[in-house]
Design a protein around this ligand. Structure first.
Ligand code: DC
Length: 232
């Protein structure tokens, strides 16, 4: 049996609202949400655990064969395991964002995580979010969406999110960090953040979460012909 799985790719910079939207789409379409940022965060976490500078390519490369990174899906949620241990919310710490961004610029790290991401999408219907899903990981995705919003808007959302989680946050620092990560994620040599040629661009600056979801569902509707129009 050669069942074709549905693959939806959502790329864009940090804080554009990819994960919120991808989760809502996954729920609505009864498919899996795959957070690829969490996978890079796990490698970033491993680097910090070992006291490795995340920009030190040789040290990070030497770490890779010594670690096991696994994504497990239980009850619709994704859990990241490092050496068999569930890291839970630890990968969400603000400092880990910096580690993840730095290690993700290392080509060997991207190569190390490539097959894992590909095979999840080959075996499941997924909405996968990240930076290079439409360009590198799933170039044949059924729908590709590239989500953007101004750095200020994204910093504001991240700031509120951190406060809601009970973490301390300084808005100016969040904005500066977002700008630094944008520059690094977009200017790296390997798999830089950029829209695939066939991606639909959506700027959701100033949108409420509901308005963003409505706009994305409209795109999916058009691309996947969900309206029930049988014409092929
Ligand atoms: O989406 P996020 O903020 O959790 O991602 C953490 C970092 O991982 C981000 O700075 C860039 C990197 N990343 C990547 O390079 N490619 C992906 N597909 C996903 C994330």
């Amino acid at each position: 049996m050669n069942k074709k799985h549905l693959n939806i790719a959502i790329d864009g910079p940090s804080g554009a609202g990819k994960s919120t939207l991808a989760k809502a789409i996954a729920k609505k379409m009864n498919i899996s949400y795959v957070d690829t940022g969490a996978i890079y965060r796990t490698v970033g976490y491993a680097a910090r655990r070992e006291g490795i500078e995340p920009t030190d390519r040789a040290a990070v490369c030497a770490l890779l064969p010594r670690i096991s990174v696994e994504a497990r899906f239980e009850d619709g949620a994704q859990y990241m395991y490092l050496d068999g241990e569930n890291l839970g919310e630890r990968i969400r710490e603000h400092e880990i964002s910096h580690y993840a961004s730095a290690v993700s610029a290392i080509p060997e790290v991207r190569q190390f995580l490539f097959d894992m991401q590909r095979s999840i999408a080959a075996q499941n219907s997924v909405v996968m979010d990240g930076r290079d899903i439409g360009t590198v990981i799933l170039p044949n995705a059924d729908v590709k969406i590239f989500l953007v919003a101004t750095a200020h808007d994204r910093a504001e959302r991240r700031y509120k999110e951190l406060l809601e989680r009970g973490q301390s946050a300084v808005f100016e620092k969040i904005l500066a960090d977002i700008e630094e990560r944008d520059a690094r994620d977009s200017n790296r040599d390997v798999a830089p953040l950029k829209p695939a040629e066939d991606a639909v661009l959506l700027d959701n600056s100033g949108f409420t979460p509901d308005e963003s979801l409505e706009a994305v569902l409209k795109i999916l509707d058009e691309k996947l012909n969900l309206g029930g129009n049988d014409e092929e």
